[in-house]
Write a protein that binds this ligand. Structure first.
Ligand code: G3I
Length: 637
């Protein structure tokens, strides 16, 4: 289809020539670079990186052992006082930022504004009160809202069209805080003026003048758990005076354990097993570490359901998928066994899926945060869970331009190839016996079809050849593994998909090993390019490559917290059609979702997954069941 470039439109031919030139230059550079095999640039993983068994009081894993990192906290880099923020503060009150809808005639309407405001210089312990009274020369009273309140801050209404920002900054708040209020035009709500006030908080000469305020408990969100499942609640004390409170349970649940974390002293973990269904409130007391009489009690709510409330009709997805060489999977929340509903999460996922991707634990900034330091525990635990439930593991990602540790972002250009090689070698060697599908290259193509340039530290150092090198090295380490290039926004016709295909053709022309393409597919409920998706699958299949749907989710565009029946049906139809197109395409080997319950989604506000927050199946789940039920070798669909 793209074999003979001359038949392509001129723009494509130009792009093709540019890409070939880029490669030629990169090859020249690569040939000239001296191959100084100077040993390793950073320490390989050692015994001091091996995770150690975690006490069972800290997790609710069922059937597999959880290990934790052997290291202490990651060192927090000392932040220099932010020079830019200081300069901005000295420059005086920032100018308001005016915004208007496209095509709005700002000459015909005065923007709302605030007057009599100025930056503030205060000490920790002082009381800040700033009155915001929005005005409009057209005479109407504008509305207003704040962008972000600091902990302990308030913005009460004065019932006269104005509001007052009240705050008592403490030790935790030393530095420059930006408080922004947006005035909204009364006639044209899209016409707004955003005003920031900068507040510089310094420590007073005598810190004992700072009032000692009561500690707080970082309240975890609402959870649904199941009767007779072990529940763990990681509770974190917080004190705005910068100290660490102790936490206590005045009325602990029967049989509960409540233990301070061995590394994070501000965290106390409650573990217990609810034996009856119902709404539970557990009161947690935080006691000030300076004045023991200063305490706060906060409620933590749990909704405990009976197993019968999770009735599942029909066969599990993985059973429906197993009668063909097909994988149905999800991305696993990192350390789900530390969540209150972790046991329920693990049980449902094991019932429905036969392949799992670590959502975050294998990203370079997580697994190799410092040169020579490796954090394997979360990935090791996921591999153990997967082995327990006969699930394949999908390694994600090896080489990505995002989620890179600072030491890589700031590395020398000349060192990057070796850093990349050492990283791939070390991660794949550790997991190659357990992981046989890899997103070797993640998100390398830009929206216009060209490769991400200097946005990628890897391209910046090696040009397009970083892709060749990564794939060749991965093949040499794990010859039997399935090696993928994983991309988003390639589910429809367009420059990005064409650019990806041209990249694949260049790689194939250079005999670079590649087994498949990952279609991430982060969709919305208004997705309708099903024919184009089918065509794109056909193009990739014609290149002799497998197709993995790697990160499917279908966001409900309205963002409604309780989507309507119509919205849920629309979402289900997108799942149904995508699954049908995959099942019909022999090269499509897997349908993997980016999570499975809306309780844990990177787009949680759009309820994009087949289970809701209370682990109840949505129409989208039934749609997947239908397609997998229909699709048997007999039906051929
Ligand atoms: O774990 C830290 C926590 O300790 C810290 O308190 C908190 C606040 O700073 O951050 C937490 O890390 C966050 C991490 O998710 C775990 O929640 C990172 O800031 C946040 O950037 C990270 O977002 C992930 C994102 O990739 C970037 O890595 C999302 O969860 C994840 O769903 C998303 O997944 C990507 C795929 O890897 C690639 N394809 C696109 C997809 C969606 O963006």
């Amino acid at each position: 289809m793209f074999a003979d470039p001359m038949h392509l439109p001129l723009a494509y031919r130009q792009q093709f020539l540019i890409s070939m030139l880029t490669v030629a230059i990169s090859l020249l550079v690569a040939c000239n670079s001296t191959d100084e095999s100077i040993g390793t640039l950073t320490e390989p993983p050692g015994q001091d990186d091996e995770p150690i068994p975690e006490a069972i009081a800290f997790n609710n894993a069922v059937g597999f052992e959880v290990f934790r990192e052997p290291h202490g906290r990651l060192p927090v880099p000392l932040k220099e006082p932010d020079a830019a923020a200081l300069q901005e503060f000295e420059a005086g009150l920032p100018a308001p930022v005016i915004s208007a809808p496209p095509g709005f005639d700002t000459n015909a309407n005065n923007a709302p504004f605030f007057s009599n405001l100025k930056n503030l210089d205060v000490f920790a312990g002082d009381t800040v009160a700033i009155r915001f009274a929005p005005e409009d020369l057209d005479g109407d009273l504008p509305g207003m809202f704040y962008e972000q309140l600091p902990l302990g801050g308030a913005f009460p209404d004065n019932r006269d069209g104005s509001k007052t920002f009240r705050w008592q900054p403490l030790q935790q708040d030393v530095g420059i805080f930006r408080f922004t209020v947006v005035a909204v035009d009364a006639v044209a709500p899209g016409y707004r003026s955003s005003q920031t006030v900068l507040i510089r908080v310094s420590l007073p000469e005598d810190p004992s003048s700072i009032p000692n305020v009561a500690p707080m408990v970082e309240s975890p969100r609402e959870y649904t758990v199941r009767v007779n499942d072990p529940v763990v609640l990681e509770l974190k004390g917080l004190d705005l005076n910068g100290t660490i409170p102790t936490l206590e349970l005045p009325e602990p649940p029967v049989g509960a354990s409540f233990v301070q974390h061995p590394v994070f002293e501000e965290v106390f973990v409650l573990k217990f097993t609810p034996t009856v269904a119902g709404e539970f409130t557990i009161n947690v007391l935080a006691r000030d570490s300076v004045d023991p009489n200063l305490t706060t009690t906060e409620p933590v709510n749990l909704n405990v359901l009976d197993s019968v409330d999770f009735q599942a009709s029909g066969l599990p997805l993985r059973e429906l998928a197993q009668n063909r060489d097909f994988k149905i999977g999800f991305a696993a929340l990192q350390s789900f066994y530390h969540q209150p509903d972790g046991a329920l999460y693990a049980d449902f996922a094991a019932r429905e899926f036969n392949i799992v991707t670590p959502e975050n634990s294998m990203k370079m900034d997580t697994i190799n945060p410092l040169p020579g330091r490796y954090e394997f525990a979360a990935t090791d635990n996921l591999v153990r869970y997967a082995q327990l439930h006969d699930m394949q593991v999908h390694g994600h990602p090896l080489v990505w331009h995002r989620q890179l540790p600072e030491w890589i972002e700031q590395s020398e250009l000349a060192d990057r190839e070796q850093h990349m090689s050492e990283y791939i070698q070390r991660i794949m060697e550790r997991y190659s016996a357990d992981i046989d599908v890899w997103d070797v290259i993640n998100e390398t193509v830009d929206d216009d079809g060209s490769l991400r340039g200097n946005e990628s530290v890897w391209f910046e150092a090696m040009g397009e050849l970083y892709i060749d090198k990564a794939l060749q090295l991965a093949r040499s380490i794990a010859p039997a593994a399935t090696l993928l290039i994983n991309e988003f926004d390639i589910s429809m016709a367009g420059d990005k998909f064409n650019g990806l295909v041209q990249l694949v053709e260049r790689l194939q022309a250079r005999d670079v090993p590649l087994d498949g393409i990952g279609f991430q597919m982060h969709l919305f409920d208004n997705f309708s390019s099903f024919d184009e998706l089918q065509d794109n699958f056909a193009v990739v299949a014609a290149l002799g490559l497998d197709i993995f749907i790697t990160e499917l989710d279908v966001s409900i565009s309205s963002g409604a917290s309780q989507p309507s029946t119509t919205e849920l049906a629309l979402q289900a139809d997108v799942y149904r059609q995508v699954a049908g197109i995959c099942i019909q395409q022999p090269a499509c080997k897997a349908l993997q979702m980016w999570g499975f319950t809306d309780q844990y989604s990177f787009r949680s506000n759009f309820n994009p997954l087949p289970y809701d927050r209370s682990y109840q199946r949505k129409p989208a789940f039934q749609a997947l069941q239908e397609i997998l039920e229909i699709s048997t070798p007999e039906t051929g669909f």
